[in-house]
Design a protein around this ligand. Sequence first.
Ligand SMILES: *[C@@H]1O[C@H](CO)[C@@H](O)[C@H](O)[C@H]1NC(C)=O
Ligand SMILES: *[C@@H]1O[C@H](CO)[C@@H](O)[C@H](O)[C@H]1NC(C)=O
Ligand SMILES: *[C@@H]1O[C@H](CO)[C@@H](O)[C@H](O)[C@H]1NC(C)=O
Length: 299
Amino acid sequence: MMKLLIVMLLFVNICYSEPAKPTPIVLWHGMGDTCCFPYSLGHLTEYLKMKIPGVYVNSLKIGESTMEEMENSFFMSPNKQIEYACDVISNDPRLKDGFNAIGFSQGSQFLRALIQRCGHKIGAVKNLISMGGQHQGVYGLPHCGALQRESCDYARKLLNYAAYYSWVQKALVQATYWHDPLNEELYKVHSEFLSDVNNEVSINKTYIDNLSNLEHFVMVKFENDTMVQPKETEWFSFYEPGQAKKIITLQESDIYLQDRLGLKKMDEAGKLVFLSQPGDHLRFTEKWFFEKIMKPYLL
Ligand SMILES: *[C@@H]1O[C@H](CO)[C@@H](O)[C@H](O)[C@H]1NC(C)=O
Ligand SMILES: *[C@@H]1O[C@H](CO)[C@@H](O)[C@H](O)[C@H]1NC(C)=O
Ligand SMILES: *[C@@H]1O[C@H](CO)[C@@H](O)[C@H](O)[C@H]1NC(C)=O
């Protein structure tokens, strides 16, 4: 009798168990963009929902209005943006069991920072996909595409003359990941965001632990990127210190050799994925996205 009951219970359980829900997805847009523009992440959100039926997508909205969101992407300190996103995600019940994260341009390094700093408050992040992110910062802002021309021109002027002034660090997002290879010490000491997130000054073990929990950290580099300088930063590479011509790979850099961020161990465990894609910044086709990103990491 007991046996029969157990068998019946098992049976009932099998019949009524819900179909597995697809892993939710969090998106973080780039500079001058918003959560939902129909030609940008709004479109991608629809595409994801179409290809992964039932998937929950939270495209992070940093600000109350479209205008505020675009302005915040230039003027709201990344440290504050990350706290804001940490709040949004930790209060979203649909994300509590974990999610995949896709960052676009600067949204990529912000998502990485979010994982490193806020990992104890949010569900586990499975895969972090970085689309043209600037993980070693930038040394140059050639242009910002068609978006927000005035803010962009203003940003470029400030960066070229005063990136490490304290008020600029506080006032301009892009200054916080400005990385001057001729002045590594200035960068390490004065960058209010990136040098901390990259464990350049001191080593925060929480950052290492949380980043290492990822299944994969996928970095997509756009081979003909004219917006990001140098484009190799999209693969966590940068200029060799002391000059601004020769690029060294991540594997040749101190951050890796000293394993300051756990990237060496992640690499050895096969968790770092380097993809490259011909074309300019963030240019990709749905077919490419489906084959290279969705199939291996999101489905
Ligand atoms: C390391 O990072 C965590 C998460 O952001 C933070 O709570 C902690 O204070 C940091 N530790 C140090 C020594 O800065
Ligand atoms: C993040 O790191 C902290 C401290 O090591 C740990 O307690 C926490 O479980 C980690 N969270 C995730 C999601 O990895
Ligand atoms: C794009 O970059 C690749 C790799 O650097 C190069 O081989 C190719 O010629 C470039 N294409 C264009 C159109 O510039």
